[in-house]
Design a protein around this ligand. Structure first.
Ligand code: HEC
Length: 165
């Protein structure tokens, strides 16, 4: 494609006027940036497959949002507080002594290392101890745990994150 090549010209017969050749250069000068802008836009709009996989796990498959995002009175997760930590809106029907009433903020994973969160998602343990219920003891594959981390890192952190465990 000669469009972005500085020497781009319309095909001209010998003796054809300079005007036609200069016109070719001008078309190139306008079309080239537009073309590059188009390619850049298309590539930019295409999302990262790892982040997409993480989003699917967090929002559709493992439903982290049900506990880690505050709910409206109608039981819908609040969009503006996505994964920003929440008091759980349910309690166990039987006494569970270790029950955790709060699911910590994970948006942006502020204060967490990737390895720490990947470890929690692969073993259900934090620093060798099980997390308290109702946090599920997940056994994610490494690839899925990494995808969740990649997605959580894209989220806007809570302005005032609540307590970690
Ligand atoms: C049924 C509710 C529930 C679901 C679903 C859930 N969590 Fe949790 N999660 C919790 C609670 C409650 C805690 C706090 C546990 C504690 O204090 O020991 C927690 C803790 C965590 C922690 C440790 C935070 C810290 O600071 O110690 C991580 C990381 C975590 N969850 C990630 C996830 C991810 C990722 C998902 C989805 C794949 C998920 N959780 C799904 C309730 C839930």
């Amino acid at each position: 494609m000669g469009l972005c090549y500085p020497g781009f010209k319309l095909h001209t017969q010998r003796g054809e006027s300079h005007t036609v050749r200069n016109l070719g250069k001008r078309i190139g000068a306008v079309a080239c940036p537009l073309l590059l802008l188009g390619v850049w836009t298309i590539l930019g709009a295409q999302s990262n497959p790892k982040v997409e996989r993480g989003k699917y796990i967090v929002e559709r498959a493992s439903m982290c949002i049900d506990c880690h995002t505050p709910m409206t009175a109608k039981g819908e997760p609040v969009r503006t507080k996505w994964m920003m930590g929440a008091d759980l809106m349910f309690k166990p029907a039987i006494q569970i002594p270790a029950w955790a009433g709060y699911a910590p903020a994970l948006a942006g994973l502020v204060g967490y290392t990737d390895a720490q969160v990947i470890g929690i998602l692969q073993t259900g343990l934090k620093d060798g101890q099980p997390l308290r219920p109702p946090m599920p003891q997940f056994r994610f594959t490494r690839a899925d745990a990494e995808a969740v981390v990649a997605f959580l890192r894209t989220l806007k952190p809570a302005p005032t994150p609540g307590p970690k465990r």
